[in-house]
Write a protein that binds this ligand. Sequence first.
Ligand code: NAP
Length: 300
Amino acid sequence: MERNVCGTKEKKKLLITGASGFLGKRIADFYTGKYQVYTPAHGELDLTDEGNTAQILHKYKPDIVIHCAAISDVGRCEKEPESSWNINVNGSIHIAKAAKEVQAKCILCSSDQVYFGSSLSGAHREEEQLKPSNLYGQEKLKAEQECLKIDPGCVLLRLSWMYDTETKNDGEHGDFFRTLHAQMGKKEVMQFPVYDKRGITNVNEVIANLEKTFQIPGGVYNFGSPNENDTYTTMCEVFASIGLDTGRLQRNEEAFCKNPRNLTMCQKKINQCGIFFSSTAEGLSAAMKERLDSNAAWNA
Ligand SMILES: NC(=O)c1ccc[n+]([C@@H]2O[C@H](COP(=O)([O-])OP(=O)(O)OC[C@H]3O[C@@H](n4cnc5c(N)ncnc54)[C@H](OP(=O)(O)O)[C@@H]3O)[C@@H](O)[C@H]2O)c1
């Protein structure tokens, strides 16, 4: 909060890009009331247009910009390399430049996919030298580097795969939890990869922790649940912790078997900023437990 000339408190202005999307919509809902929230839609703010981006930021003069707009689908980036580069890299550059012009703190969404292709087996640290194997990861890494050149105060959050227990928009993409939820209801056999290690994070933890990033120094931060285990082992832990039958879980030994994937992220840097996430198993156990009572069939 800031005081105006009359001494009354004025809410800080938050501008969110991509607020029709999975993350942006939830951030806008959560912070509306505490902040003056602006959510220019794609039709008003097209990131690929530098002049338009600058004009919109000059119009609203936000204190904080949260940049969620992107082509977030890894497969779509491979299919549409030029347009995804234009949105994910150039669009982020336009946002960082415009935010600097209006002296806004700029928080940008990056991804754990920047670690895809690394041969490291443990949790990844922010300062590693990286060469992502997929285009989406390359775009996110390039955007991080360029935005920090424009303004070293930019905060780049390497987000992991996120989920919610509820759908907020009809058109929003699915996620790990809601796919799992649908499979549980159908009593399908559930296969999870043994050659894939990554954090999977409840989006509501990301959103609640976001406010603390408005104060932290510029740089790149791992920002999601820690997870030391492969996805199959994680799910066994989740099922066991809430009393579900682990016999329903099967090992998927094909996915990533040629190139085992490790996207797990070290928490040290973010913890030093006073920001903490529950582990992937803890988060998923809590989310599933919430649903357990109303889904007796899950235990059958
Ligand atoms: N979801 C995850 O699990 C996950 C994991 C790691 C990182 N991330 C990153 O987190 C951020 C948010 O992800 P998300 O899942 O919320 O994405 P999303 O649901 O796919 O939403 C993307 C948003 O970007 C907007 N957009 C696309 N092109 C645009 C353009 N040229 N100008 C203005 N707006 C444009 C879309 O608006 P229209 O639909 O109107 O075009 C939509 O609102 C992204 O940077 C993503 O890469 C997400």
